[in-house]
Design a protein around this ligand. Structure first.
Ligand SMILES: NC(=O)c1ccc[n+]([C@@H]2O[C@H](COP(=O)([O-])OP(=O)(O)OC[C@H]3O[C@@H](n4cnc5c(N)ncnc54)[C@H](OP(=O)(O)O)[C@@H]3O)[C@@H](O)[C@H]2O)c1
Length: 298
């Protein structure tokens, strides 16, 4: 299958590119060139008015939309750009491609409000941030289309291939190694899944004869606070934990609003597709394996 993946200069996209290239012909794109960029990579700005060049070049059967502006503060300060890159781009891909081209859209827990605990696929969305609203817009366009599609809401953690980037996980590890004190929220809960386990689920979905034309929640199946996650991560990597402290989201009043409850309910996906999603132990094991393998933390 010919697959076009967006966001390949980012954390998830780079891993999707690596793994899916084993069995497919993958073309990839991101907003910038980077030292570790793979073959068949083209820098392309999703704010462009015409996507013809990108589609002609890659001629995909399936597009995986992982590219997005993911910095909540930046989205808040630049709402028009966030809506364009994260939301409108979906409409542009639909208009630029033939009806038979399938689309997978990576969405987020941020489409829900803090009042929704363990959000289910059919719970009402009510984003509290510009980032969440922009992803809701992307979902809207795909739901209105007549495509074979799948919208996947998730909460991912992982390492970057792009040496110019730092993920949440890398920030925790680097800070601890450098003995820099950081506060991790002990009043924000989430259900993280590693990018490696998540990619296995994408592999499973694209192996099906047809994509399920629906929204799925694919995340970890266990709830932790951000602090508990950092604490368990460092403990398992045998890195000194004294520099991480329990913090509260209420201390960060000037930041973009972020939900205190970011948990997703994964029962529907696990039941329908007979898949077992990872608990926190498995997620940390997966991170540990890739951390040691890649020696990637900078
Ligand atoms: N990370 C999370 O916690 C999380 C949680 C839930 C859902 N998600 C979703 O998962 C997906 C992947 O997230 P991630 O963490 O891998 O993101 P990331 O590391 O921030 O990467 C974002 C990617 O999008 C690209 N991008 C940004 N603006 C663009 C533009 N104008 N034109 C073209 N490409 C552009 C970036 O390109 P450059 O770097 O070259 O600018 C980069 O390749 C996103 O759709 C995100 O909404 C992420």
């Amino acid at each position: 299958m010919k697959i076009l993946i967006t966001g390949v200069s980012g954390m998830l996209g780079s891993n999707l590119q690596k793994v899916l290239s084993e069995d497919n012909c993958v073309f990839s794109t991101g907003n910038s060139n980077f030292p570790e960029e793979p073959e068949n990579y083209m820098a392309f700005d999703l704010k462009s008015n015409s996507y013809d060049k990108l589609i002609k070049w890659s001629n995909p059967d399936l597009i995986i939309l992982s590219g997005a502006l993911t910095n909540g503060n930046y989205c808040n300060e630049n709402p028009t750009e966030a809506m364009d890159v994260n939301g409108l781009s979906v409409s542009k891909f639909i208009n630029a491609t033939d009806k038979k081209v399938k689309i997978i859209y990576i969405s987020t827990d941020a489409v829900f409000s803090s009042k929704t605990h363990l959000a289910k696929e059919n719970d009402c969305v009510s984003p509290e941030s510009v980032y969440g609203k922009s992803k809701e817009l992307g979902e809207f366009f795909l739901n209105q289309s007549h495509r074979e599609f799948c919208i996947i809401r998730t909460t991912i953690v992982g390492l970057n291939t792009n040496s110019r980037k730092t993920s949440f996980l890398e920030w925790i590890v680097n800070s601890a190694k450098n003995n820099e004190a950081i506060n991790l929220f002990n009043d924000v809960t989430f259900t993280p899944i590693s990018i490696w386990d998540f990619t296995e689920e994408i592999k499973h979905l694209i192996s099906l004869e047809n994509l399920p034309k629906e929204t799925l929640h694919i995340a970890g199946n266990e709830i932790v606070t951000k602090y508990e996650f950092g604490d368990q991560l460092l403990k398992n990597l045998q890195i000194d934990r004294t520099s991480i402290r329990k913090g509260s989201i209420t201390e960060f009043k000037d930041r973009a609003k972020r939900c205190t409850d970011q948990t997703l309910n994964v029962d529907y996906y696990q039941g329908k597709f007979n898949r077992t999603l990872p608990n926190i132990k498995k997620t940390i094991t997966s991170i540990k394996h890739h951390y040691h393998e890649a020696h990637k933390i900078r």
